[in-house]
Design a protein around this ligand. Structure first.
Ligand code: MN
Length: 522
């Protein structure tokens, strides 16, 4: 295959993926993910939207400074302050890209932007030119391109190319496209837009109809040479095109597609784990490529076939995506060295202080549980990176009673950040309800429980229970997670995390920007 068959992998886990409600990562978590993406060999990494919040700015800057390998990209609306912020945050990066976007579809022009076609063309070409004067590598995205009139789209794209865009991305922002029609749009652009052969056409799909990967492949077949995607397919609503799926489709069906990427696919499972650990979003068991069951065979007839020849029922080999045959990791007597080695194998690159922290937690866990599996380690890391410092409330003690004959009750003691210890007791419909009531009374934060969900992290009677709670507070959703071999304790930790989030007002940055500036993203 020649250079023309090479597909540029543009990862947007840290920008579009992070926009998923409840996925917000702290700086440490973003750096973890960025390092895993560099290991994976993505060509471009969209690190964030610097103007959106000081936190976003800092994380883009930190990634630009610390992460080597990929081109680091930052998102900007088609206005100068956004582009300035993006450039400033990107300045330490050896290779940088500014990604300018402006919506072009009629519905966005009329209802969101209140701009005419002419205004949209002018604003996009002017901002691309402004960015290009300051940065060699500029990408332009006409937001909601899939619902834009094709000829108007051609005009916008042509003007963006004239203004200096080196990559033009065609986003299906709302997940509306279907493969053949979407491919037709790419062919139309290639046939009609002057100068299109000079730039890289890119595709960015959302999965609202479950078609993100299919639409991306159709666009690549029709001439796109950059695919925008996220690890585990995380993203707003139903998510983005999944990196591991599109990459493995390109690799597995190179016979038909005639394309290749630069991804080191043997690091896919590790990258998936790191993203799960950072976001707390667990992938479905039956998720393609990285789900727990992706390479598991239950049916007897399949097992028989597999034993005779693996390819009878598998189109990929587990080792191609970094699956290991064994998942048992550590026992009570494993040392730091074994832990370090295992974490590294799993794709988690931690600082020495973090490894020490994991080691301490692991020792505590090993007292409660004989064998520790990869799943336990992942779950532990999720908690470690999510909680961190700055929590307003911490659990000191908890006692819960349930049984026949007396109402369930609980007594909880919490430590407030200022060092004050507060206690409460309550009865409830069950021990968990009683614990939640105690926490509400102590913290004064009341929230409506929307979802409560217990799952076992690994197998066995001493397996850890993972509790996820989703609550609503003043019209917003908050998500918390707790992990313990005792599920009442795990429930308390999960609820406390939610209370800490509410108290910290962390999700305030998800509030819509002021009305005069354009909201949304590609
Ligand atoms: Mn998007």
């Amino acid at each position: 295959m020649s250079g023309a068959d090479r597909v540029i992998v543009f990862d947007t886990t840290l920008r579009d993926g992070e926009q998923a409600p409840g996925a917000s990562m702290n700086l440490q978590q973003k750096l973890q993910v960025a390092r895993a993406l560099a290991q994976l060999g993505v060509d471009v990494m969209e690190a964030g939207f610097p103007v959106a919040s000081p936190g976003d700015f800092q994380s883009v800057e930190a990634i630009a400074r610390q992460v080597e390998g990929p081109t680091i990209c930052a998102l900007a609306r088609a206005v100068r302050p956004d582009i300035d912020a993006a450039l400033q945050a990107l300045s330490p990066a050896p290779r940088k890209r500014v990604h300018v976007f402006l919506a072009t579809s009629p519905i966005h022009r009329q209802h969101k932007l209140k701009m005419s076609r002419e205004q949209v063309v002018r604003a996009s070409s002017e901002s691309v030119a402004y960015a290009r004067e300051r940065c060699e590598d500029v990408e332009f995205s006409p937001e909601d391109a899939a619902r834009t009139e094709p000829d108007f789209l051609c005009e916008v794209v042509e003007r963006a190319i004239e203004a200096g865009a080196g990559t033009v991305n065609i986003p299906d922002t709302v997940g509306y496209a279907v493969p053949e029609q979407f491919a037709e749009l790419f062919r139309h652009l290639r046939a009609k837009v002057r100068g299109i052969e000079r730039i890289v056409l890119s595709v960015h799909c959302h999965n609202d109809l479950g078609l993100a990967v299919a639409n991306s492949l159709a666009a690549l077949r029709a001439g796109a040479r950059q695919v925008e995607c996220t690890v585990n397919g995380i993203g707003e609503r139903a998510g983005n095109c999944s990196l591991e799926e599109v990459v493995m489709a390109i690799r597995t069906r190179s016979d038909y597609l005639g394309l290749r990427t630069g991804i080191r696919t043997e690091n896919l499972a590790a990258a998936s784990r790191v993203v799960t650990a950072a976001t707390g979003f667990v992938v479905a068991r039956n998720k393609a490529v990285v789900g727990q069951n992706a390479f598991a065979h239950e049916a007897g007839i399949h097992q028989h076939g597999m034993l005779s020849h693996a390819q009878t029922y598998e189109v990929m080999r587990p080792e191609d995506v970094g699956w290991r045959s064994t998942s048992l990791v550590l026992g009570k007597h494993s040392g730091r060295h074994a832990l370090h080695a295992r974490l590294k194998e799993m794709g988690h690159q931690l600082e020495p202080a973090q490894i020490e922290q994991v080691f301490e937690e692991l020792k505590k866990l090993a007292d409660k549980k004989k064998e520790i599996y990869d799943g336990d380690l992942d779950a532990l890391l999720v908690g470690l990176f999510q909680n961190g410092s700055g929590r307003r409330w911490q659990l000191v003690s908890l006692n819960a009673m349930s049984g026949t004959g007396s109402p369930p009750s609980a007594a909880v003691a919490l430590l407030r950040k200022d060092g004050k210890k507060l206690e409460e007791a309550a009865t409830g419909d069950g021990p968990v309800d009683a614990v939640f009531k105690c926490i509400e009374r102590i913290t004064g934060v009341s929230a409506t429980l929307k979802d409560f969900h217990v799952k076992s992290v690994t197998a066995g009677e001493d397996a850890q229970g993972e509790v996820v709670v989703v609550v609503e507070h003043e019209g917003r959703s908050f998500r918390g997670r707790g992990l313990s071999t005792d599920i009442v304790l795990a429930s308390a930790e999960a609820y406390l995390e939610v209370v800490n989030r509410i108290a910290a007002g962390r999700l305030l940055r998800k509030a819509p920007p002021e009305p005069e500036v354009v909201c949304g993203a590609v």
